[in-house]
Structures are given as C-alpha cells and as structure tokens.
Design a protein around this ligand. Structure first.
Ligand code: MG
Length: 397
C-alpha cells in the first residue's frame, strides 16, 4: 500500500530502447541477471518499495508479449495489479512521454527510471521521491570522481576540465507530473531532444535538485557491466531455509510407503496420495523455503489426479519449480518419527530415491528415523510423523 505521508506517486520504467550493444538479438533489459530478466528485477525494486500506486513499464512494441510473460512469471500476482505495460516510441523521450500519458488521473509525482539499472536501492528511490515532492523536481546523480580530459579527434588532450560541481546523472529522476508534462510540451514545441528528463526540465527553466545516487546504480550497457552486476547481485542473494512437518494415521489395508520405498508392514499410512509422510514433510520444507505455501495448495487432496499418486512424482514437480526459480537444494535433513516397523534397513534406499529425484549428491540429503519411546500417537503406533529442514541456494548464473 502507498505510504500515507507521500502524495500519489507512480513510476515509469523506461525500457523502450532496443539497443543491441550487448550482442545477441534481445535488447539489454531482457537479458538475464542471475537467472531473472533485468527488466523484471528493476520493476520489482519499485514494486517492493510500496511507494507507487502504479508502475508503468514501457517496452518496445515488438517485445511487449515477451515482457508481459516474464513479468507475470517473476512478480507476485498482487504486485501485478499495480503494473501497466505499454509500447514505447522511437526515442527515450517518446517512450517516457507515452508513459506520462498512461498515468492514472490524480497521480501527483512520478519517478522515471531506466529499465537497465536493476541495482537501484530502495533508499535511493525514496530519497529521490521525497526530494521531488519537496522541490518539484529531483534527479539522482553521483559526483564525478575522475579527472576529466577534453581531447580532439586525434586523442590529443586539449585541456583538463575542472570537475568541481560536475555530476554524472543517473535515474531515478522524479518530478511533479504537472511540471514534467509542461516540460514535455515545451520540448515538443521547440523540437528539443534531451537524453534525460532533467534536460527537458532545464530547457523549460524548471529548477532541478540533485540527490546523491550510488556507483552501484549503473546502467547495464556493455557485457562488462553485466558481469559486474552479476557479481554484485550474487552477494545480495541469500540462502533460503524451509521447515516441513507432516503426520499420517496408520490403518489396515494400505501399503506403507516411506521415502518412495514399499516397506513390509501389516499397516499402511492413510491418505489421498500414497500418504508418504516423509516426502510430504520434505516437499513442505522445499515449498516453505521458496515462499510457495504448502503441499495442499499445490496438490489439493480434492483433485482426483493425485489419488494414490506416488509422492516421488509430486516431489519431482516441486524440484521443477525450484529450477524455475533458479534455486538448488543445498541440503536437507529429514527425521521420521515411527515406533514400528524398524526403518533402519530402508533408510539408504529412501535416500537414494530422493537423491535421484532431486538430482543432488548423496550427502545433500540425510534421513534419520527415531521412535518416541512409546510416548504419544507415534509411540502408540497410531501414526507416523516426519520433520524436514532444507536449505536452498541460488544456482550459479
Ligand atoms: Mg501429508
């Protein structure tokens, strides 16, 4: 939800360019950074701040379908309700103009940001938004640190430029909507072409203040930039932990399946699927680490497709989901709580089943069995329970 102390704000993500400087046939904003399209990462940064009622994403018309698909895949459904995807124009100026036209009525402040700057921090976004609210117009920039030389066409230095008071403009660039519209109208009238929003505002005589950005908020334009961004994001990627618990009742007339193994026993676990309580706890831990709810949401027991199904097949589906999210299983530790039958002779076979389905090394999965010394429902042999913890790690890009 938008912050109460700020006016209605929107963001325009300018991804209308089709620059192919990176090589390949996709514009740079569609390239993958650590497994996710740069465009989706940038859009997510803005949605995550919760400052914006609307985020307008401007993309080349030819890539609009691809953009819609990747944003749908990457962003949570509730965030997507705040997204507006529109076609860009021939220049950045035309693209941002199209974004401005698409803003919902009542939007007071707008931040324009390059789609190819995915490493922008929420702190910078907030600083720029607040400065734009206070001053009317503000841009993010960093002071020039290197000595500047002016050279002629033969690379011969003509002079050293005084860097005092010189800044490198970045985005976001924020402005009251009404001022930015006025600046665009004037630029249209004068046939003025600027390389950023501030140039248009300056052309219209509207004062613009600077807020300090960050070296990390660079624009990805060359393959080197992508490698640098990969390094910086990998550091930010953290491991994910998940926990799962499940219990099923032991009943006559059912096979006992644990860890995908058929275990000789006069009782079996009751359930809609094969009731493999060990795999269910494991699946819940994996889903939990991914932030994907629980097994019941993905495989409802009201669905006849899952009646009697081997839980190894359900696990295989969850492993597919992991890969889609560019996550891999670091390790899993699973404990089965079972008074009888004795599970020790079957643990290796169970582990082999899980290792095969998950495509990991044997040491990545550990399965233990314990009793509760005849205490409680497991101790009385009424049922079997299982606990699982997992650690997920980002897959190398
Ligand atoms: Mg279950």
């Amino acid at each position: 939800m938008p912050r109460k102390d700020l006016t209605d704000a929107a963001a325009i993500i300018a991804g209308g360019g089709s620059g192919l400087r990176m090589g390949g046939d996709l514009p740079k904003q569609f390239l993958s950074l650590g497994g996710t399209a740069i465009l989706a990462l940038t859009v997510q940064r803005f949605l995550d701040t919760a400052f914006f009622t609307t985020v307008v994403v401007v993309v080349p018309a030819a890539h609009r379908q691809a953009a819609a698909t990747l944003l749908r895949e990457h962003l949570p459904a509730d965030a997507q309700a705040r997204l507006l995807l529109i076609n860009g124009g021939a220049t950045r100026q035309e693209s941002v103009r199209a974004g401005l036209m698409a803003l919902p009525p009542g939007t007071e402040t707008v931040l324009v940001h390059d789609a190819a700057r995915p490493l922008v921090s929420s702190k910078i976004i907030e600083k720029c938004l607040r400065a734009a609210e206070q001053s009317g117009a503000a841009i993010t920039a960093i002071p020039v640190r290197d000595t500047l030389k002016e050279a002629d066409a033969d690379y011969l230095i003509q002079k050293t430029v005084d860097r005092d008071g010189l800044w490198q403009a970045q985005t976001p660039q924020g402005c009251k909507v009404e001022l930015l519209r006025r600046a665009y109208d004037l630029a249209d009238r004068d046939n003025f072409l600027g390389t950023d929003e501030a140039s248009l505002l300056e052309h219209a005589g509207i004062p613009v203040v600077i807020v300090e950005g960050s070296e990390h908020n660079f624009k990805i334009t060359r393959p080197d930039d992508l490698a640098l961004a990969e390094g910086l994001t990998r550091k930010r990627q953290i491991m994910k932990i998940g926990h799962g618990f499940d219990a099923h009742r032991l009943v006559p007339g059912r096979p006992l399946i644990l860890g995908g193994e058929h275990i000789p026993c006069e009782l079996g676990l009751d359930g809609h699927s094969d009731a493999d309580v060990l795999i269910h706890a494991f699946i819940d831990a994996l889903l939990g680490a991914m932030g994907e709810g629980d097994i019941g949401r993905h495989f409802p027991d009201s669905d006849p497709r899952y009646k009697g199904i081997s839980s190894l097949l359900l696990l295989a589906e969850v492993v597919g989901l992991l890969a889609q999210k560019n996550l891999g299983l670091g390790n899993a530790d699973i404990t089965v709580v079972c008074q009888r039958p004795r599970l020790a002779p079957h643990l290796n076979a169970m582990r082999a089943n899980l290792v095969l389905t998950c495509g990991v090394e044997a040491t990545a999965i550990n399965i233990k069995a314990t009793t509760t010394e005849q205490m409680g429902y497991t101790g009385r042999g009424e049922g079997i329970a299982a606990h699982a913890v997992v650690l997920l790690q980002p897959l190398p890009a």
